[in-house]
Design a protein around this ligand. Sequence first.
Ligand code: URA
Length: 239
Amino acid sequence: MRLQRFLARSGVASRRGSEDLMTAGRVRVNGEVVRELGSRVDPLVDVVEVDGRVVTLASTPVYIVLNKPAGYVTTMNDPQGRPTVADIVPRDPAGLFPVGRLDLETTGLLLFTTDGDLAHRLLHPRYHVEKVYHARVQGTPSPEDLDTLAAGVKLEDGMTAPARVRLLDPGPPASVEIAIREGRKRQVRRMFLAVEHAVISLHRESFGPIRLGDLAAGAHRALGSEEVAALWRAAGSDV
Ligand code: URA
């Protein structure tokens, strides 16, 4: 298998992160530094090391869903010492990392896995995995505003792809369900700002086939095997 896939599957880093480790010269195969991204390894024969530590394929990948509370940074390690999601998910296994990000103040469903390959696919724009958010926004968006959000709004990094949008409660402040298939930085907040209804609070309800259900804020649970299989299907592959 390709070396970056091996590294991602072993839980060392995401696929992208694994490529960075390789190009930085931190990966050795049978004692030789390998920077070439196309390189292949035989997991049964070759000895792979990262920073001098032998790496093996994680035997059973772990999949966890967290109901992220507000005020936690989505990173496993914050140099500024702020509270991070690593404080509220299990310490083991090593190599558990979040699939994408939620903003500091965003709450709700955040997936974690040791399976870098799946994470990479879920985040890749090609697979268009749908993410459903509930947003509380200032005022009450008009039917035209909702149509604009659904059709695509112009942001500084380009038009947004079509979204599903539904007014849950006119408020004010209104409550709106929005389902997007992209994952740009602060996308939902910027979309609502573009129609002049600033987001007051934002909560992710689902990620592809995975729902939060009645998981309490700050609580987490392991995904069931059906959920894992559904995620792989959403990521364009059967297992
Ligand atoms: N969109 C946002 O604006 N913020 C998030 O945290 C997730 C999606």
